[in-house]
Structure formats: C-alpha cells, structure tokens
Design a protein around this ligand. Structure first.
Ligand SMILES: Cc1cc2nc3c(=O)[nH]c(=O)nc-3n(C[C@H](O)[C@H](O)[C@H](O)COP(=O)(O)OP(=O)(O)OC[C@H]3O[C@@H](n4cnc5c(N)ncnc54)[C@H](O)[C@@H]3O)c2cc1C
Length: 375
C-alpha cells in the first residue's frame, strides 16, 4: 500500500482518470487511477456567526480535535462549557465534561429535544440529564459569540450564557463536493449516490462511508445515516468488488445506540414520522418492562416504543431507553427488520430467559404482544 499522508485531494479528472491536490507542504500532486474510491467522510456543520473562530470554540470529528479539546480544557481551566446541539455526540460530550466537574449547558435552535425519539422516552433522557446537573435550552438560536469576562459570552435570541468553552455539535454533512464537481450523482442530504455494489454513477468510481448514501432495508429507499459499521462494511465490499468479487450490500435498518450518563438509548428502523412519510400506516405502543426478572435484585426499568404497519403487519421500528439491557437487546429487532418480519413473527421468536437478564417474557416480546393487540 502506497500510503500518502498529508495529501489533500481537491480535484478528480474523470476523463484523464487522475486525482490531484496539495500536500501539507503546499506542493501540488497528481495520481492516476484505474478504480477510485471516495472514502473522505463527513465534516462537522459550523454556523456562520460572529465569534465562531475564537480559540475556545471547537468541533469534535477526529482524534486531533479530541486531543485539542483536552489540552484546551486543561490550560484554560474551563469551569463552564456550552454545547451547541443535542445529538448523540453532544450528549456524550456532556457526560465527558461533567466527569471533569465542568458545568454544562446544552443549547439548540429547534424546540424539540431528541425529535426522532418517542416523547415519553425522550423525557426520560431529559430527566437523566437534569439529574446530572446538565442545563438544557432547546429553542435557543445562537446569534454571536463575544469575548467576555475570563471566557466567552454566547448570545442567543432568547438569552445569554457566560462560559469558558464552546463545543459545536450540530451534525455533519457528507464530503461530496469533489465528487459533485467531477459530475457524479448525489443522493439524499447531498451524499454521493451509490448502488448496492458501492459504484457511483461512474462505474470505475466507488464511494463508501460517511460521504456516500445507502439503501434503507425497511423503506427500500435511499438514505444517509453516517455511522461506523456501514462505513466499514462498505469499505470491505469495495475492496472485494475491485479485486474481482461480486459483492452487493442490502443496506441498513438505521440501528444506533449511545450512552447518556447512566442511560442506554437505542433505536432501529423507523420512527412514526419516517414510517408515515415512507407510505406505511404506523401503529405503535409504548410499554415499560424490566431488565431482569421482577424479583431479581438490581432490575431496572426499560421503556420500549415499537411500531408496526397496520396494512401489512410488518415490524417497522423499535426504540428503547433504560439503565441496563438496552444496548444489545436492540440487535434482536434489528435482525428482524433485516428479515422483513411481521410483528406477529417477531412475537413468536425464542428469546433467552434467565432471571439476571430478563423477565420470562423478554420486554421486546411483551411489547410485540401489546402492539399486536392494537393492530
Ligand atoms: C465523536 C464521534 C463519535 C462517534 N461515535 C460513533 C458511534 O458510537 N457509533 C457509530 O457507529 N459511529 C460513530 N461515529 C461516526 C463514525 O465515526 C463515522 O461514521 C465513521 O468514522 C465514518 O468513516 P469514514 O471512513 O466514512 O470517514 P472518516 O472516518 O471521517 O474518514 C475520512 C478520511 O478521509 C480523509 N479526507 C477527507 N477529505 C479528504 C481529501 N479531500 N483528500 C484526502 N483525504 C481526505 C480524512 O482525513 C479522514 O482520514 C462517531 C463520530 C464522531 C465524530
């Protein structure tokens, strides 16, 4: 492998089959290709507001950023931080900062907290954050950052915050500009459009990972969900296809999990809004069950939201929140979604039981049974 670190590609000439760019020393370089893979990821979104370039304003996309943040916290003696955004990176960073005894304020412009999560489950996450002394301000649009006191003054349309450190975590966008300039087709969210073999609209050019789109197994439509397994698997598939195999990937079901202090939050498949938009007739249920047999010490509440399609009986999605037994439990409905199972099929699956791990009826089976009654 001819590994060229410090080489930023900025142009692809599809006719000449050449990529070109600049090295970190400012030197122009170019390179021929027979097959080309775009695997250049995504970039953090950063709002264009006054003060966004101050040294105490950071993003977190890679290890370099992580080390930079650690160093800044240490040298600035940060006592209070503001995180812009309330997605999974923002929430994980809230926990990391609280662990360093830093006060944390979370701010986002839109009013709804975790809009993709059922509101009953989202409320549990909110309560956990409040219990950990994280202050949440949804519906606060950032206007400007000014130097003030020993740190910064963050000015929002609804109020102001004095903090020492600001993390911008409002999402990412696919790095598809070079591909677009080369005339390749783009898909949802401007990600590079690929088929199931990871080929772009040019059969000699592949794209994989956060820069590329994929198929959603539940809807059959294209989607863009930038997560690590999909990126890694797509990279392997490209390597196979370039070296002569014939690999075609079915796609994803949108499985994701993260930890917020003592809570595990997980999802797979569609939520109600996505299901309706995809043309399903979603019917859903929310139940509370336990992570272990009821009498077993340490048993914790698990909240589950499950959706099925009234027309076909198909399982459409599951969301879960709880202090244990959530993260790996989500994998069962993820497999069911890949297999296009109905809620009834899923309710008949033989899930494991022993008192330290589950009630006799696994919380997922109880939820499926309750959902069946509604359907
Ligand atoms: C803080 C954080 C936490 C995360 N946690 C999770 C998690 O828990 N679970 C999960 O599934 N996913 C998680 N993700 C997402 C996951 O990291 C990404 O989905 C995954 O890294 C995407 O891999 P990739 O190879 O497509 O892109 P990347 O890993 O971003 O790699 C892209 C590479 O392309 C290079 N590059 C970019 N532009 C150019 C150019 N013009 N020329 C040459 N090289 C270029 C970059 O330097 C980089 O090396 C997390 C992401 C972040 C930031």
């Amino acid at each position: 492998v001819d590994l060229r670190l410090g080489h930023r590609v900025d142009h692809v000439d599809r006719l000449a089959k050449k990529v070109s760019g600049e090295t970190s020393h400012g030197k122009h370089f170019s390179c021929d290709y027979r097959h080309l893979l775009f695997a250049n990821g995504a970039s953090p979104l950063v709002p264009h507001i006054p003060g966004i370039d101050y040294p105490g304003v950071k993003v977190l996309k890679n290890l370099f950023h992580g080390r930079e943040i650690k160093e800044y916290l240490k040298t600035s003696g940060t006592g209070k931080a503001l995180i812009l955004g309330m997605g999974y990176i923002a929430l994980e960073m809230a926990e990391a900062l609280r662990a360093r005894d830093i006060d944390v304020v979370l701010v986002k412009p839109r009013p709804k907290f975790l809009p993709w999560l059922h509101e009953q489950l989202a409320s549990t996450v909110w309560q956990e954050l409040e219990a950990q002394r994280v202050d949440l301000f949804p519906g606060y649009a950032l206007k400007a950052i000014e130097k003030g006191g020993k740190g910064y003054k963050v000015i929002c349309d609804q109020g102001e915050f004095e903090v020492d450190f600001i993390l911008v975590a409002i999402g990412v966008e696919p790095n598809s500009q070079i591909a677009a300039q080369a005339g390749l087709e783009l898909g949802p969210c401007q990600a590079i459009s690929v088929d199931r073999t990871l080929r772009t609209s040019d059969p000699d050019i592949f794209a994989a990972g956060d820069c590329a789109d994929t198929y959603h197994v539940v809807t059959g439509d294209k989607t863009w969900i930038p997560l690590a397994l999909r990126a890694n698997r797509a990279g392997w598939a490209v390597a196979d296809n370039v070296t002569g195999a014939d690999v075609s990937l079915p796609g994803i079901v949108g499985t994701a999990v993260f930890k917020v202090f003592d809570l595990e939050v997980a999802k797979t498949g569609l939520n109600s809004k996505e299901a309706s938009e995809a043309g399903f007739e979603p019917q859903s249920v929310v139940i509370e069950s336990r992570s272990r047999a009821h009498a077993h010490p340490g048993s914790q509440t698990i909240q589950i939201h499950m959706l099925g399609d009234q027309k076909t009986g198909k399982l459409l999605g599951v969301q879960m929140v709880g202090k244990e037994g959530v993260a790996h439990r989500i994998n069962a409905p993820a497999v069911a979604l890949h297999q296009q199972m109905t809620v009834e099929d899923f309710s008949q699956t033989d899930l494991a039981y022993a008192p330290p791990f589950s009630p006799v009826w696994d919380p997922l089976l109880t939820t499926a049974n309750q959902l069946l009654k509604r359907m």
